[in-house]
Design a protein. Structure first.
Length: 162
C-alpha cells in the first residue's frame, strides 16, 4: 500500500449504512430527499429521480448496488459531479467537511482491481477526531454500466480546487 503526502479535504457522509468520504471537489450539495419520481432504468440501484431546480436528477441507492438491503426512500440526496455529469446518491447522514491528517491516505494495493473498477478507494484519517474513514471512488461509480447520469445543469457551480 502507498501513502500520499497530501491527504486533502473531504466530505464525510453515511451512505448505505457505511461511513464514507468523497473528495470535496466532486461534491455539489446535499438536499432533502423528498418525494422521488419513478425513472425508467434497468439498474436495480436507481430508486427514482429528484426534481431539483428544473432538472430531474437520478438518485442511486448504493446499498442496492452492493447487494445490501435496498432503501427505496432517501432522507438526503448527495449530489456528485463527474466531469460534466451529475448524479444523486441516497444518503442517511452528513458528517461535515474535514481535512485529513497529512500522510494518512492509504490506497488499495496495486493490482487489486483497476482504479476505475473499485468503489473502495482506500482510507484517510480525519485530522479533527482521528477517525479512520473509507473513501468512495466517484470514478468507479461513473464507470458502472447503466447508471443514468445527467448533464450537469449548473456547470458554473463546479468547485475549483487547486
Amino acid at each position: 500500500m502507498s501513502a500520499v503526502a497530501d491527504a486533502g479535504t473531504w466530505g464525510g457522509v453515511c451512505i448505505a449504512g457505511i461511513d464514507l468520504a468523497l473528495p470535496l471537489s466532486v461534491l455539489r450539495e446535499v438536499v432533502p430527499g423528498g418525494e422521488l419520481t419513478a425513472l425508467p432504468s434497468g439498474q436495480p440501484g436507481v430508486i427514482g429521480a429528484l426534481a431539483l431546480r428544473g432538472a430531474s436528477v437520478p438518485v442511486v441507492d448504493l446499498g442496492a448496488l452492493l447487494g445490501r438491503m435496498a432503501d427505496t426512500t432517501a432522507a438526503l440526496v448527495l449530489l456528485v459531479v463527474h466531469g460534466e455529469r451529475l448524479l444523486g446518491l441516497a444518503c442517511q447522514a452528513v458528517h461535515g467537511v474535514f481535512a485529513a491528517e497529512a500522510g494518512s491516505r492509504v490506497t488499495p494495493a496495486d493490482g487489486a482491481e483497476a482504479p476505475a473498477g473499485r468503489l473502495f478507494d482506500g482510507s484517510v484519517r480525519r485530522a479533527d477526531n482521528g477517525a479512520l474513514v473509507n473513501l468512495l471512488s466517484v470514478d468507479a461509480l461513473a464507470a458502472l454500466p447503466g447508471l443514468p447520469w445527467i448533464a450537469d445543469p449548473e456547470p458554473r457551480r463546479r468547485h475549483e480546487i487547486g
